[in-house]
Write a protein that binds this ligand. Structure first.
Ligand SMILES: C[S@@+](CC[C@H](N)C(=O)[O-])C[C@H]1O[C@@H](n2cnc3c(N)ncnc32)[C@H](O)[C@@H]1O
Length: 226
């Protein structure tokens, strides 16, 4: 992988974003607000955000769950895929991130559909279950990678046959193939893949991506009919 190829990936992403997405005031304002607030630029790219949006629309999702909101960039993409009476709950541990996300979501006109819950996801998820809010039609997992196996388990608990589960950052520049890696994120991603592989309730694959966010990828799974 050379600097030139990385530049090429970014150029192709820009081309797709310009050609297929175009300018979008709410999304651009969200990225500007994130940057002004000092949030890290680790949101999905525009083509990736639209992919999540399209997947949710393709399956007619009404109720969605996101784990890891950051400033709400992917939240906006996902919420826009839901119908007027749809509901998206997004979980964010960092109070500052959650506050920026709230403002971004409100500016995008989506406050009525989106609920941002502040706190560690593993503390919030049992409450969501206790409130009987599930099952969710679509789950997007994009928080701390060490907890990916636990998030996958929760996604299953809060699912129904047909629920789609998408997990971001599962390739990590190719490090995912390193069985000897001591990196906690890689270990988390690999354990999640092992769970997926051994879980009869799921049918899954993973796709590598290159682009403005580098070399990474998504895992995609669907909850099988019983
Ligand atoms: C990669 S960013 C999310 C990016 C966002 N999905 C997007 O594309 O716009 C990961 C987020 O997960 C949050 N996070 C990390 N650990 C968490 C936890 N235990 N519970 C909930 N959120 C967590 C981080 O604070 C960060 O904002």
């Amino acid at each position: 992988m050379t600097v030139n190829s990385e530049r090429r990936w970014s150029a192709v992403d820009s081309y797709f974003a310009k050609t297929l997405i175009g300018s979008d005031a709410a999304l651009e304002a969200a990225l500007a607000a994130n940057s002004a607030a000092g949030l890290p630029s680790i949101d999905v790219s525009a083509p990736q955000g639209k992919l999540i949006h399209l997947l949710a629309r393709m399956m007619g999702a009404v109720k969605a769950l996101e784990i890891g909101a950051l400033g709400g960039y992917s939240t906006i993409w996902l919420a826009r895929a839901l119908p007027e009476d749809g509901r998206l709950i997004t979980l964010e541990v960092n109070a500052k991130h959650a506050e920026v996300a709230r403002l971004n979501v409100a500016r995008a006109g989506l406050a009525g559909k989106v609920e941002i819950r502040t706190g560690a996801a593993l503390a919030t998820l049992p409450k969501i279950e206790a409130e009987g809010i599930g099952p969710f039609d679509f789950v997007f997992i994009d928080a701390d990678k060490t907890n990916n196996p636990a998030y996958l388990e929760w996604a299953l608990r809060l699912s129904r046959p047909g629920t789609a589960i998408v997990v971001d950052n599962v390739v990590r520049g190719g490090e995912v193939v390193d069985a000897a890696s001591r990196h906690a994120d890689v270990i988390g991603v690999r354990s999640m893949f092992e769970m997926m592989a051994g879980e009869k309730r799921l049918s899954a694959t993973a796709i590598q991506t290159v682009g403005v966010k580098g070399w990474d990828g998504f895992a995609l799974a669907i909850v099988n009919q019983a």
